[in-house]
Design a protein around this ligand. Structure first.
Ligand code: UD1
Length: 420
């Protein structure tokens, strides 16, 4: 299994290109099931999760081709020939469940493996299923699979989410695009990735109002057609490298990054002493003086994202003063804490909050990555630590960060991948 070795203590300086958003690309690929025409997506990141979604679509009958040399364009097309999403694929990536809405809308049937628990909590799919039931679908749970059926077309409905779910909003938005009549999604997630999906669906012929707000109104149409769509830059990759610039005490231009997608992340980073300014072509991130503690609570967008919590905590571990980090979205998302503490951080977890008491410096150590964002938080700690850090189990990292070691090394970090 690959490992990443970092020798810390070098301030980063230079430019890092920010790729397309993984969490926008995955639902957009699932939207390829909504038409037999060609859906061409550009600015697609090269990641393990994208390859997983491509193999899932392939076994539904949708071919995913890469017509350009760089491999950043995906061209999806074909007829649905199989409506089963198998356990072997779904268990490796929860976002596979996003095929449920499109398959039901197109074919009236879908058999999708129930995603199991994962490292960061139970993560059920009850909101996806309840919403689809309101639209006329019936479900049976059998042998670990959710078996869904609809007689005729899905029917529009008013769906009020009891709490915000990104995946459920996306699944229902795609289903509603082809349903009969009007669907209203109330208390919908407002993440920029949902706006990106909605804009692409509109380009495919869908009728969606309220994009960017928490109420989406969809007038269903009989059929959608092909479209060309460029994926938005990844706001979590942006925030992660902003933390890298800050924790290393450097200054980095994050190319293609967009300030307007960062929500509370920018405010909290500024509070902690990080300078972030818009420049031609991206965002300039610098640490001017010392870092200081800041309190954060994870919330749905535009609040502080749970996907930035681990990276931000690594940064706060070397800030002056104490910080409180509260996780409200996922239980069990503090698995990076014992690893950061092995590097000399002083973090105590009390239920859903962690108290971070800043230390003057961290020291390198062998550590184990438990999930995608935790992996990056350990790399960040390694950039700031004295001596050598080896991050084990980096396959998580490859699911969501493209070429991390190249991007950081290009800015002067002493970082390499050890294969095998
Ligand atoms: C998406 C992101 C993930 C991010 C998360 C929260 C993708 C591919 N993944 O995940 O990176 O961390 O949003 O911003 O975009 N829940 C239920 N029932 C449901 C659905 C969700 O109880 O039917 C709960 C979850 O367990 C969790 C919370 O709702 O506690 C939010 O989950 P959700 O927004 O659905 O996250 P994902 O779409 O899985």
């Amino acid at each position: 299994m690959d490992r990443i070795r970092i020798r810390g203590g070098k301030p980063l300086s230079g430019e890092i290109p920010i790729g397309g958003a993984k969490n926008a690309a995955l639902p957009l690929m699932a939207a390829g099931l909504l038409t037999d025409d060609r859906l061409v997506l550009s600015n697609v990141p090269k990641l393990a999760d994208i390859a997983t979604m491509a193999s899932l679509l392939a076994q539904h009958g949708i071919a995913v081709e890469r017509p350009d040399n760089a491999g950043r364009v995906l061209s999806l097309g074909g007829r649905i020939t199989n409506t089963e999403a198998p356990y072997d694929i779904v268990r490796t990536m929860r976002a596979s469940f996003l095929v449920m809405g499109p398959l039901l809308a197109r074919t009236g049937e879908a058999r999708v493996s129930l995603p199991g628990g994962c490292e960061i909590g139970a993560r059920p799919v009850d909101l996806h299923l309840k919403g689809l039931e309101q639209m006329g679908a019936r479900f049976n749970l059998e042998g670990g699979y959710v078996d869904g059926r609809v007689d005729g077309r899905l029917r529009g409905a008013k769906i009020v989410f009891p709490f915000v779910s990104v995946g459920a909003t996306e699944n229902l938005l795609m289903a509603a695009a082809l349903a009969e009549g009007r669907t209203e999604l109330v208390n919908a997630a407002r993440e920029p990735e949902i706006g990106d999906l909605a804009h692409c669906l509109v380009a495919m012929g869908a009728d969606i109002k309220g994009i960017g707000s928490d109420t989406l109104v969809i007038e269903g149409v009989r059929a959608l057609h092909g479209a060309d769509h460029a994926i938005i830059p990844d706001r979590i990759e942006t925030g992660s490298y902003a933390c890298a610039a800050a924790i290393s005490g450097g200054s980095v231009l994050l190319r293609h990054a967009r300030l307007e997608h960062l929500g509370a992340t920018v405010r909290v980073m500024r509070e902690a002493g990080v300078d972030i300014t818009e420049e031609a072509g991206g965002l300039m991130v610098r640490r001017l003086n010392g870092l200081h503690g800041a309190d954060v609570m994870t919330e749905p967008y535009p609040g502080f994202p749970t996907d930035m919590q681990a990276q931000f905590m690594a940064m706060l571990s070397v800030a002056e003063g104490a910080s409180m980090v509260t996780e409200t979205i996922f239980e069990n998302r503090f698995m990076h804490v014992p690893e950061l503490n092995r590097m000399g951080a002083r973090i105590n977890v009390h239920g859903t909050s962690a108290i971070v008491r800043g230390v003057p410096s961290l020291s390198g150590a062998p550590v184990m990555a438990s999930d995608l964002r935790a992996s990056l938080s350990l790399i960040l700690a390694g950039l700031a630590a004295k001596g050598e850090t080896v991050v084990n189990r980096v396959y998580h990292l490859d699911r969501g960060y493209e070429a991390v070691e190249q991007k950081l090394a290009a800015c002067g970090a002493d970082i390499e991948r050890i294969r095998g």
